[in-house]
Write a protein that binds this ligand. Structure first.
Ligand SMILES: [Mg+2]
Length: 278
């Protein structure tokens, strides 16, 4: 049984990758705004010399079924309120911050950096992190478009999950304050945390769906996109300011399948590229 499931998953992944690329070519040229074009669109165009008529003829074949959307919280479902650079500087000190930043162009993994510190040093670091997170909670606002997107997913009976490196109390506050709940909602207490694929694979198993039937939506290339790609899920990067257009991100290991500048763009991407039937 297990083997059968695995072999089905493999063939689905192979078929859908081809179809998705074909679909993306036709849909991107027809209906998507330029800001929401899949990132690899340009590479498909330059790599394939397939006549457009052939692409059109296969564009109506089966789309990948989408059964769940997993969101990041800070900076994705909520307006960015935590000054992460200031937090990292406060924890690491200016010199270490600059040294580690130079080695990690796609961003610093602060929880990883402090993992092997002495208990005393670590305790102080966590206090500093908690201070910044508390300040963030004081200014907590829901991201524009988040409530509408969740409503539309609910109306299509698409599952909604959440994975954050923040603490459980912050997730509880989000649920209470905005009246939108995610299930499962995994916080820092769930180990291993993002960018490990563990939390996303856990959600897939709770939902009893395949990773390639799920899309991870988040504002962090190093955490959300990496977690999603490692799990074998689809990924959508929310980049409100265009910061990931910078040349330093050209050679990162994990690239998102889709990129948006607002959550308002997400639903149309899902509608165009996936089969949303429950
Ligand atoms: Mg985030």
């Amino acid at each position: 049984m297990q083997f059968q499931q695995l072999s089905t998953a493999t063939s689905v992944a192979t078929v859908t990758h081809h179809h998705l690329q074909t679909l993306l070519f036709t849909t991107a040229t027809n209906s998507l705004p330029s800001s929401s074009m899949p990132l690899f669109f340009s590479s498909i165009v330059s790599r394939t010399a397939t006549p457009r008529s052939l692409l059109m003829s296969t564009s109506h074949s089966a789309k990948t079924r989408l059964r769940g959307v997993v969101f990041d919280m800070d900076g994705t479902l909520t307006v960015p309120a935590i000054d992460f650079a200031a937090m990292y500087r406060a924890v690491l000190g200016e010199h270490e911050y600059n040294r580690i930043k130079a080695q990690n162009p796609s961003g610093i993994d602060i929880l990883h950096e402090i993992e092997n510190w002495t208990p005393q040093k670590q305790r102080k670091a966590f206090e500093t992190i908690a201070d910044y997170e508390r300040q963030g909670l004081d200014h907590l606002q829901i991201m524009p478009g988040a409530a509408e997107l969740c409503d539309r997913l609910d109306s299509e009976k698409i599952r909604r999950g959440l994975i954050t490196r923040n603490v459980k109390s912050a997730v509880d506050l989000f649920h209470e304050r905005f009246g939108i709940t995610f299930s499962p909602a995994l916080s820092r207490e769930f180990r291993p945390y993002k960018p490990d694929p563990g939390p996303l694979l856990h959600i897939c198993s709770v939902w009893d769906v395949l990773p390639n039937e799920v899309i991870m939506v988040g504002d962090s290339l190093k955490d959300d996109v990496a977690c999603g790609k490692r799990a074998g899920a689809h990924t959508c990067l929310l980049d409100q300011t265009g910061r990931y257009d910078s040349p330093e991100y050209v050679n990162v290991e994990h690239k998102p399948d889709f990129k948006v500048t607002s959550l308002a763009e997400v639903y149309s991407i899902l509608e165009v590229n996936f089969d949303l039937s429950p």
